[in-house]
Design a binder for this molecule. Sequence first.
Ligand SMILES: Nc1ncnc2c1ncn2[C@@H]1O[C@H](COP(=O)(O)OP(=O)(O)OP(=O)(O)O)[C@@H](O)[C@H]1O
Ligand code: SF4
Ligand SMILES: [Mg+2]
Length: 348
Amino acid sequence: MTLATQPILEVRGLSKEFPVRGARGKVLTAVSQLDLSVHPGETLAIVGESGSGKSTAARCITRLIEPTAGTVSLCDQLFSQRSRRGLRDAYSDIQMVFQDPRASLNPRMTVQAILDEPLRLHTDLPRAARVDASKGLLNDVGLPMEMLGRRPGQLSGGQRQRVSIARALAVDPKVIIFDEPTASLDVSVRGQILELLVRLQRERSLAYLFISHDLEVVRHVADRVLVMYLGTVVETGPTAAVFAAPQHPYTRALLSSILTLDTAQAPSRLRLTGEIPSPIDLPRGCRLTSRCPLARPECAAAQPPLELVGPEHMSACPVVAHSPQPTAATPDAGAVPHDPPLSPDPQP
Ligand SMILES: Nc1ncnc2c1ncn2[C@@H]1O[C@H](COP(=O)(O)OP(=O)(O)OP(=O)(O)O)[C@@H](O)[C@H]1O
Ligand code: SF4
Ligand SMILES: [Mg+2]
């Protein structure tokens, strides 16, 4: 995937702070100075532990909640400055699909009514044409026409998620944000939904922002990946480069949970200590300081910026960036003592 095209979605300096109830002046920093861009036909994945700010970022980007700071440009227009009325028009360009379709689909509406609603709001189509369009959408997501008369409670989890995707497609968007779209589905259905998303993206040149805990899924579907920790981006780059040679200790720890790292450069495993700190009392300097096995006193001095560590690949750890890279033969100080460095699969 080449990034020669202009981004269709561009986020700059996005931050979200929530006031802490009962603690005057205190805030919970969920997202801090987030920059990202997504190009037509591209999938950018956001990964990170629970509480790292992924959903909050997505909700701010779509303005389901208002960010504290930052800008969002969609199709070269400032989406973040739009009035409520202007926002409704812009929702024909950006849509969001959530983890739990049961929560996002109205249980009292039929599938026909669920698909008709966005068509009615965002197009001038007369009723008969909207019915045809709903049938076309069902066909696009691989559901039979008889589903039109059913309600969400009469569908399987996979079928419900297909309806959510059809509803998002109804307005012919350019960008879709998926927040853990397959997390509530069983493994066999998960594969089918992912195949559907890949096919729809290819056919419609859609840009996807894809939030997931499942690193194998991310490796499969994403062109680029962005790793978040406590509201900040710690590493970003082409998926293949990040998975083959993760630079930031946090990314390395996350990827250590996948047993199938399969390249000769795969660094030794690294395990973080302790729990994710409270976003109300953020650690000083690098936010990973309290858990990082490679931490040094200077890590607490200032939050490290993202630095280029390879083509389009950036990481926010100066300690790793300016040290000799560990190899499979020379595990570094952060290696888990009883976990040998991963080596490539034996050749047949
Ligand atoms: N409406 C809210 N009010 C106060 N705090 C919130 C609110 N929404 C989210 N948070 C806090 O913001 C932080 C980030 O939450 P968020 O849901 O964005 O994380 P996440 O990365 O999506 O996690 P998960 O992987 O579990 O979905 C958390 O500490 C969360 O408790
Ligand atoms: S800057 Fe220091 S604490 Fe932060 S990830 Fe790098 S080594 Fe660890
Ligand atoms: Mg979330």
